[in-house]
Design a protein around this ligand. Structure first.
Ligand SMILES: Nc1ncnc2c1ncn2[C@@H]1O[C@H](COP(=O)(O)OP(=O)(O)O)[C@@H](O)[C@H]1O
Ligand SMILES: [Mg+2]
Length: 286
């Protein structure tokens, strides 16, 4: 079976995109969970997903210093595509600090780097030796990998530049995390308009599989905004699972100690994440 490629995106920062990609990756891939083959890709120059899933030392020595973090795909695509033969830009060992009984047999990561901030500003219009445009690079590099995974999850920066469009072009579907507040809803609305335009311009069919309510605290203001989203068919159907606002989740982006799922996310959030992974599989397909 070929991998489902899913972008996790919203034009608003701080809505939990990275946290949700991390949790989905850990719960989908966990040997004691759903045992899926998962590749997570950090496409945000802030590199929060990379910091949350791999040690800084390995990141620096084995990946960034060797030009094998994601920004270099856009800077030196010939070298990067050539290294696709042995896919040495993919981190395959010791991803995540969750250590359950036997953790992960198939959780991989393509790490990012703040170098992407600069590189994405100076993209050429095309790589003539490869006959490719920058927007096509991610799809090109993922193509030979699709049979190796069940799910490829792309953590998108809150942006609509060429790098993010390359994620859209490589993806079959997207999940849109949204905090029920005005700013995130606005980010969601603009994103949906852009996806429609993107699909027209690129003759693509990126499909929003759902709005995922994140950082939910049940206040009156959030409930009103939630009802607004539910009441407007313009928004992709809301996931039944909501991610609660919890201090433990904020701490979960700290990689420093090995933990079980429950220690990392807290008991009730652990249940939410188990349900989220299950609902994700139902919506996206096996
Ligand atoms: N459900 C949550 N409850 C509490 N804090 C959260 C939750 N989700 C994310 N956070 C925290 O909010 C901040 C932004 O989350 P992050 O996942 O990085 O969002 P994004 O990737 O959309 O910018 C981080 O410090 C994170 O730990
Ligand atoms: Mg993020």
């Amino acid at each position: 079976m070929t991998a489902k490629v899913i972008s996790i995106c919203n034009l608003k920062g701080g809505v939990g995109k990275t946290t949700i990609v991390m949790a989905l990756a850990e719960y989908l891939a966990g040997d004691t969970m759903y045992k899926k083959r998962v590749l997570a890709i950090d496409l945000d120059p802030q590199s929060n997903l990379t910091s949350a899933l791999m040690s800084e030392e390995v990141w620096e020595k084995e990946f960034n210093n060797r030009g094998l973090t994601l920004p270099f795909l856009f800077k030196n695509p010939e070298y990067f595509l050539d290294s696709a033969k042995n896919d040495n830009f993919i981190a395959k060992k010791n991803i995540s600090n969750v250590r359950n009984k036997n953790s992960f047999s198939h959780l991989h990561l393509i790490p990012s780097s703040p170098n992407l901030f600069e590189i994405q500003e100076y993209l050429p219009s095309g790589y003539y030796s490869l006959n490719l445009k920058p927007v096509e690079l991610l799809r090109t590099i993922l193509k030979p990998l699709l049979n190796n995974y069940d799910y490829i999850l792309i953590d998108c920066a809150p942006n609509i530049n060429t790098v993010i469009k390359s994620a859209f072009l490589a993806s079959n579907a997207c999940v849109i995390p949204c905090v029920p507040n005005r700013m995130s809803i606005h980010g969601l609305e603009i994103l949906l308009d852009h996806i429609e335009k993107f699909n027209r311009d690129f003759e693509h069919s990126l499909k929003p599989v759902g709005t995922l309510i994140s950082r939910y605290n049940g206040t009156l203001a959030q409930t009103e905004n939630l009802n607004f989203i539910i009441g407007h068919p313009f928004f992709p159907a809301i996931f039944q699972t909501k991610i609660p606002e919890r201090a433990k989740i904020a701490e979960s982006l700290d990689l420093s100690i090995e933990l079980t799922y429950k220690q990392k996310y807290g008991g009730d959030t652990h249940e939410s994440m188990v349900n989220l992974a299950k609902e994700f599989i139902q919506r996206v397909g096996k």
